[in-house]
Design a protein around this ligand. Sequence first.
Ligand SMILES: [Zn+2]
Length: 349
Amino acid sequence: MKRTTCLAVLLLLASYCFGAPKNIILMIGDGMGFEEVRAASIYSAGKVGALSFESFPSKGEARTYSADSSVTDSAAAGTAIATGKKVNNGVISIAIPGYGDDLKTLLEYFKEKGKSTGLVTTSYLTDATPAAFGAHAENRNDLGVIEEWYVDRTQPDVLLGGGKGMDKSAAVSAGYTVIDDVAGLESLDTGKTGKVAGIFGSGTLPYESDGMGIMPHLSDLAATAINILSRDPDGFFVMIEGGLIDKGAHDHNLKRNIGETLEFSKTVEAACSWAKKHPGTLVIVTADHETGGLKVTKNNGKGKYPEVTWSASGHTGVNVPVYAYGEKAELFKGTLDNTAFYNLLTTAR
Ligand SMILES: [Zn+2]
């Protein structure tokens, strides 16, 4: 081999081994603060530090304030993570304050790079967190606008979540295979299928602790999404949200809150084992904000709910955890702003 050819091959190998992550799995526990993690770990193992992502090599925390409040909502926090820009509470990936232009999201960025994209949530698909990645709306309650963005514009290859605000016939017209229960999910040929919209029920998915009935678990949804998206030789970007951790905390319902955090942890564990087998994959786990002002006051042992106090009826402004595993995981440590994810993910080389 000529020296120049040899050099070219080496450079190619180096860019493959040390380049930007090929696959990005961004996992958001909505409302999952440090104390939510602690409560779920104590319940499941009788000790702290037992959840799957707590043993990730890179750990840090993220500030969450929005453009107009020290306490963010999921729209502004989702927008900060998805676009790298702070906006007012309630705004979905539009520059408000600012000129009101659409802010490019991670999903749009990676789609332009040729990657497959997906949005997965236990909340409804048009809820604020997935919307911040796949839509632009002045108000998070404009579910019709958000739904139109998904089916007409951003068209993620995989949409899996609760059905509120989604129109099955519009998804079919846009070329999606539509499924609506766990049997439909299991019947998919993930090695062949085109775009898939799992539109489950007419609200959110059920809470784990209430029983899932004919509805799939978050871990089922995530596995299906990764199987479909990973067929793309250019790689993929997927946002997977434990969307009901927050809703359990709003109601100060510890059983529901912990049940959702544990299913989220199980989902992260599966994503991480997939990443181990597929070098070039980055798994990031974080939250958009904490909910409820939860504080664990007593460990009652494995399988028993810890004693806790709740100090807020809604969200709080405390920093949230960040964990990363895999390609370029080392970038996600220390104290970050929630706007840092976009820049780190779009500039990683
Ligand atoms: Zn909330």
